[in-house]
Design a protein around this ligand. Structure first.
Ligand code: IPE
Ligand code: IPE
Ligand code: MG
Length: 253
């Protein structure tokens, strides 16, 4: 995964990565159990997928459940697992019909066998699609991702398949999640927190960040369009000067 020389002025992002935060607070505001918020959040996922399909965004990565979320109260974790299993059952046909290729990134061994099987089935079922690459990050942590890449490379070195000196950013990056996709152009976090919370640490190196106080279940196409409009106004310099990337020459003197 490399950052190719970018066109200066932004266009439609090729890849959007989203931390879907605020489900619990959305429910609490309504004096309902947190799980009601998670259910409402699942509906917003569909809005978001439709938006990407309509706008021609080719890849969407959604943070649904983090490595750290396993430590939430067991009834919430159990409820989320049920919701996830149900969504896997219900949504796959519709994703397939819409041309979405789905994959899951994260530590799968932590899931029950039944859920692992359904994830594999969903991936196999939609593998032929090419309108939108949807990655769902579940039991995912950016640190875990980097560690598993390091472990793979260490095993290659130990087995004599590669030299230590052959490990560079390109080779390392080929072993983190989503290596086959362009890195995210745009990161969105809902729910008002201004942090990355162990999402894609390697992959977000030059991603444009966008935050909103809106809670995830309240997100609609207008919210996502506001993020795209903001992205379109930004100049991505990748460490170069404004003049080098063809931007405002006054600023780059
Ligand atoms: C995000 O919403 C979904 C998950 C982390 C599973 P939260 O559940 O974190 O909602 P808040 O932040 O408590 O409102
Ligand atoms: C990040 O949200 C993880 C997901 C949205 C899946 P959290 O609610 O877990 O993050 P923190 O605790 O606010 O950092
Ligand atoms: Mg949260």
């Amino acid at each position: 995964m490399t950052d190719p020389a970018p066109p200066t002025r932004a266009r439609i992002p090729r890849h959007i990565a989203i931390i879907m935060d605020g489900n619990g607070r959305w429910a609490q505001k309504r004096r309902r159990p947190r799980l009601i918020g998670h259910r409402a959040g699942a509906r917003a996922v569909n809005t978001c997928i439709d938006f990407c399909l309509e706008r021609g965004v080719r890849a969407l990565t959604l943070f649904a459940f983090s490595s750290e979320n396993w430590d939430r109260p067991q009834d919430e974790v159990g409820g989320l697992m049920k919701l996830f299993a149900g969504a896997l059952e219900r949504e796959v046909d519709e994703l397939d019909r819409r041309g979405v290729r789905v994959r899951f990134i994260g530590e799968r061994s932590r899931f029950a066998a039944g859920i692992r099987d359904r994830m594999a089935q969903a991936e196999a079922r939609t593998a032929h699609n090419d309108r939108l690459d949807l990655a769902v990050a579940v039991s995912y942590g950016g640190r875990w991702d980097i560690v598993q890449a390091a472990r793979t490379l260490a095993a290659d070195v130990a087995a004599g398949r590669i030299e230590v000196d052959a490990i560079d950013e390109a080779r390392f990056g080929a072993h983190v999640a989503l290596a086959d996709l362009p890195p995210p152009d745009l990161f969105i976090r809902t729910g008002g927190e201004l942090r990355i919370s162990n999402f894609l640490l390697w992959q977000l190196a030059y991603t444009e960040l966008w935050f909103t106080d809106l809670l995830w279940p309240d997100v609609d196409a207008a919210t996502l369009q506001a993020a795209l409009d903001d992205y379109a106004r930004r100049e991505r310099r990748f460490g170069l000067t404004g003049a080098q990337v063809g931007g405002n020459s006054e600023m780059s003197e």
